[in-house]
Design a protein around this ligand. Structure first.
Ligand SMILES: Nc1ncnc2c1ncn2[C@@H]1O[C@H](COP(=O)(O)OP(=O)(O)OP(=O)(O)O)[C@@H](O)[C@H]1O
Ligand SMILES: [Mg+2]
Length: 174
């Protein structure tokens, strides 16, 4: 399918020439969690809807809960327990489940060339789920076909989470 023609209404890719190619054939789902544990549980549910091979951008400010959600996704995929999933902020790339899942954090990189040198292209070719924090800082290095998860902190422990590009299998926001 040509994904350029299957965006949700209002997708900027149709009207803004410099917008990145549309990656969103399956619409937008919104959720709200009220604790770290709920976000981990949501991650498990998202994992159940992921294909074997996917690039998932985790987008949100510092402390929004990207790594917390990654704990749930990695554990939902059966690749590691949540407590064994740690932030790759300094190590840049963590691998779980014998290469079935990668967790990448590009926060500390300043230039696209540094990110390109990590060999992400080669990782994207693998039969794996690749979770990426701060990947949106280097849009040209990210594949057009991808899932995006946007996270925003609300009051105290509340988090609003928007998911695009997976089948609508999840329960709606409360
Ligand atoms: N509903 C919630 N979901 C996720 N985390 C929450 C929630 N409520 C509170 N928190 C807290 O917010 C913090 C989220 O940290 P986390 O490392 O997941 O953020 P991050 O988005 O990966 O940040 P960074 O950009 O620094 O990597 C944790 O301290 C967690 O306990
Ligand atoms: Mg993080």
């Amino acid at each position: 399918m040509d994904s350029r023609w299957s965006c949700r209404p209002g997708c900027l890719s149709h009207t803004v020439p410099y917008a990145i190619p549309c990656y969103d054939p399956k619409g937008l789902q919104q959720f709200e969690t009220r604790s770290e544990d709920e976000t981990i549980q949501l991650g498990r549910e998202i994992a159940a809807g992921l294909p074997r091979r996917a690039v998932v951008l985790l987008i949100g400010n510092l402390g929004a809960g990207k790594t917390t959600l990654a704990k749930g996704i990695v554990s939902g995929l059966g690749a590691a327990a949540p407590d064994d999933v740690t932030s790759p902020t300094f190590t840049l790339i963590h691998e779980y489940g014998g290469g079935r899942v990668y967790h990448v954090d590009l926060y500390r990189l300043e230039r696209a060339e540094e990110a390109a040198r990590l060999g992400l292209d080669e990782i994207f070719e693998r039969n794996a789920v690749v979770l990426i924090e701060w990947g949106e800082r280097f849009p040209r290095l990210m594949p057009a076909e991808r899932i995006e998860i946007r996270m925003a902190a609300g009051t105290s422990d509340q988090r609003r989470i928007q998911v695009t590009g997976i089948e609508p299998i999840l329960k709606p926001a409360r």
